[in-house]
Design a binder for this molecule. Sequence first.
Ligand code: OGA
Ligand code: MN
Length: 298
Amino acid sequence: MMTLRPLPGPFGAEITGLDLAVAPDEAIFGRIVDALHEYAVVCIRDQRFAPPQHIDFSRRFGELEVHVQSSFNLQGFPEIYCISNCLDAGGKPLGLAEAGRVWHTDLSYMAEPSRCSLLHALEVPQDGEGRPLGDTMFANARMAYAALPAPAKARLAGLEAVHSYRQVYEKIVAKSKPGRQGLKPLSEEQKRKVPPATHPLVIAHPYTGAPILFCNDGITESILGLPEGEGPALLAELCAHVTKPAFVYRHKWQAGDLLIWDNIQTQHLAVDDYWLPQRRRMQRTTVKGRAPEAVRAA
Ligand code: OGA
Ligand code: MN
């Protein structure tokens, strides 16, 4: 029987007793969607399904994206993006090792950012005592907006921000440690595929209507429409606000977790605290969303 309980922390929920190798019926799927909107991050434990089931289940949330870093897409399943520090027998990376090393929202650099991502943990690194490494931290941008004082909310109304893949890519390259699988500079074709996008700074969640503070340190490049010099300081302040501990849930992975996160109301960060022979192997699908719409200050 499917059981849903809140995870320890300010948000997030865990589901047990569900096997997604068998497609869930509409009623169960509806409960998962409701939980995603309410809890923002939903962890379905103990999943052993194969790529086709991962894709089929993900498609029920919407059309899937094929990631611009196509060399890390799973052979035969381009909708699955591989995140891993492991190498195959020929020494070729099994996935992108450096994913998510700065706070970001998947695909906020697109005109239609992602609705949600579904990351399946195949192998989770551990320390000498068997404790998991490679946690993922999530910050809740709905809670962060709600916590702002009224004058701060009023100041944000009507503003827009620019989101850039190039910026986040360069930030991750700059953080990359020597000896890590080298990230190649983006090709002109990749840059053309992902031009910057402009979104309102406070958006209405497309499914719940809740106001969300939509900016993240990795991808958001600038805030438009402010007097000279005010934009960078405000952007830094807002990004720091969203990721305050009161709005952060830190996920400790178990092999078999399928973690679904709402990309509209959260941002996330991959913790860099493991190294081969500690192996990490994850597979992600990314669901397309709608162009975000602005919300007026309450
Ligand atoms: C992602 C991502 C973080 C992680 O899959 O979008 O940022 O911890 N991953 O692997
Ligand atoms: Mn990500």
